[in-house]
Write a protein that binds this ligand. Structure first.
Ligand code: ISL
Ligand code: CA
Length: 559
């Protein structure tokens, strides 16, 4: 058992724009975070990951950075940051920053220089290519729609942008770029931050050859994420980053790694590869996608989810470390997605989902509001939305082509769009959920009068209290952090059942993902009937033979 604080931590993700507004402009800010640190301390989490807080024109809500050494004006000042960091540290809370260095904003000084001329000293900071037959250099398509190339008049060349055109990709093959990024990281470490969550870090190393990729039926562009993920030099660059920066400090590092395989994850997050502590993999986020990707109303395929989660649990064991998440600022609210957000089952299914995740091996991440069982809002009209991905989708499918009806697309956005996670934090039942005294930048979910932190703190049976207990249990029992994992009843369509084992101790975790009572498979019932006590559960009196609707219970089999 190789102990590490970041293995034992529970991380809480803050999306600053939506967390707490201190000055009534409708936008969350750093002073707002400082005001709410005691809330987080009480919850018991040990690390806060802040989505980007740097200077940004906000084409992609801070994931387009124009100055890595300055704070976004709406969020406050560097003094506010220092104050927040100190106040967090005084409470024993660590602060992890989002590091967005696959791309910058097109308003970053480096890019403004780079686009001027072919011989500008910053030209090579980005990826420029000549047109091919008067067109884009390749048929690569960007993440949020359209080509991944943008033409500029100044020099008659195209630059690569895997996200929106205002997010030009940095050229990591240029040593000057790497040095500039590493010294910026070092600057923040010197300030005393405690780690980095690295945005799309799996996409930084581009292919050696820029050429067209095969197109699927009816496709106009080949998705660039498939082409650039885990590129030829990515591990070399991360090892260099580790050697030059990360290894000099005691940090938590987590790489967002879309398109990562198990084999690749063992390199990114290997115990002896000197890269990162862990990665976010996204395989399990696709179990309700179809051949057209995430924009579908397809429901959860539980056996597939179990297979994927279990593969990551077992195959990384002893070799690399997992991160555990259901929610983040890009994903729909888990209780609406794979639980049941009706009045009857919201609280109980949110607790079940939390148990399922938090009893696994890895570092759990809680996304703001998840601990309250916050739900997806319903968007009726695209004018209610903010996210560039949703706006582009709507334009492509409704406004420009009429391929789908408005109602269809709004239903899908309300189910899968990124704004579902971004509505303001629900603090109490006062106007605007106590998030702001002004007009919130994105409307508050009207259910805040029922679902909010203040009432859940008072209610001993709330989702909040349950999360608090789960987080405390992880600190108390090594088996939750370090125990080895085994899936039982893999084919069962409704139940997610697994054990954890550490030396002589053993836990049995049972989760019913359905709204009906489920009889336990025979072997499992036999184990459950000999249990030596309940660690945690969401029903008052669990029965060793069956699980009620959305019931979860974790039994000690040996203690
Ligand atoms: O959420 C997704 C699709 O809706 C993912 O494909 C996501 O865009 C991808 O994982 C990369 O996400 C990260 O980088 C983006 C930023 O917009 C996201 O918010 C961030 O999490 C570009 O910086
Ligand atoms: Ca504000």
């Amino acid at each position: 058992m190789d102990r590490a604080w970041w293995k034992e931590a529970v991380v809480y993700q803050i999306y600053p724009r939506s967390f707490m507004d201190s000055n009534g402009d409708g936008i969350g800010d750093l002073k707002g975070i400082t005001q709410r640190l005691d809330y987080l301390k009480d919850l018991g989490i040990s690390v806060i990951w802040l989505s980007p807080i740097y200077r940004s024109p906000n084409k992609d809500n801070g994931y387009d950075i124009s100055d890595y050494h300055a704070i976004m004006e709406e969020f406050g000042t560097m003094d506010d940051f220092d104050e927040m960091l100190q106040a967090a540290h005084e409470r024993g809370l660590k602060i992890v920053l989002d590091l967005v260095v696959n791309h910058t904003s097109s308003e970053h000084r480096w890019f403004l220089e780079s686009r001027k001329s072919k011989d500008n000293p910053y030209r090579n900071y980005y990826i420029w290519k000549d047109p091919v037959d008067g067109h884009e250099p390749t048929n690569w398509g960007a993440f949020f729609g359209g080509s991944a190339w943008e033409y500029t008049e100044e020099t008659g060349q195209y630059y690569l942008h895997q996200f929106v055109p205002e997010q030009p990709d940095l050229n990591w093959d240029n040593p000057a770029v790497r040095d500039a990024v590493f010294s910026m990281m070092d600057w923040w470490c010197q300030k005393g931050i405690d780690g980095f969550r690295m945005d799309v870090i799996s996409l930084i190393s581009k292919p050696e050859v820029y050429e067209d990729a095969p197109l699927g039926e009816g496709e106009r562009y080949a998705f660039c994420g498939d082409i650039t993920a885990n590129g030829p030099h990515v591990h070399e660059y991360l090892q260099e980053m580790n050697q030059k920066v990360l290894s000099h400090y005691d940090l938590l590092t987590v790489g967002e790694a879309s398109g990562v395989t198990i084999e690749e994850a063992k390199k990114y997050a290997g115990f002896d590869t000197q890269e990162l502590n862990m990665v976010f993999q996204f395989e399990h986020m696709d179990v309700d996608s179809d051949e057209n990707g995430k924009w579908t109303l397809k429901s959860l395929d539980l056996p597939l989810l179990k297979k994927i989660m279990s593969k990551w649990q077992t195959e990384l064991e002893g070799k690399a470390w997992n991160s555990l998440f259901w929610d983040n600022h890009d994903q729909p609210r888990i209780v609406s997605r794979w639980g049941n957000d009706s009045e009857e089952y919201r609280s109980i299914s949110a607790k079940m989902l939390a148990t399922c995740l938090h009893m696994m091996e890895g570092t759990p991440y809680v996304y703001q509001g998840e601990e309250l069982g916050m739900t997806n809002p319903v968007f009726h009209d695209i004018s209610e939305c903010d996210d560039i991905e949703e706006i582009n989708l709507y334009r492509n499918l409704v406004t420009e082509t009429g391929a789908r009806t408005k109602e269809d697309v709004m239903a899908i956005i309300s189910r899968k769009g990124r704004d579902t996670a971004r509505t303001p934090m629900q603090w109490d039942d006062s106007a605007n959920a106590g998030f702001t005294s002004g007009k919130p930048w994105l409307a508050v979910n009207p259910n805040y009068t029922q679902i909010n932190a203040a009432s859940e703190i008072r209610d001993p049976d709330s989702v909040y209290q349950y999360y608090k207990k789960l987080i405390a249990l992880r600190k108390e029992h090594d088996i939750i952090v370090y125990g080895s994992y085994e899936l039982l009843a893999p084919e069962d369509e409704n139940l997610f059942i697994y054990t954890r084992t550490l030396e002589k101790q053993k836990l049995l975790s049972l989760c019913n993902f359905s709204g009906e009572k489920q009889i336990l498979p025979e072997g499992v019932a036999a184990l459950a009937s000999e249990n030596q006590g309940v660690l945690i559960g969401n029903y008052d009196t669990p029965d060793a033979e069956y699980l009620g609707p959305y019931e979860t219970v974790v039994y000690w089999l040996q203690r």
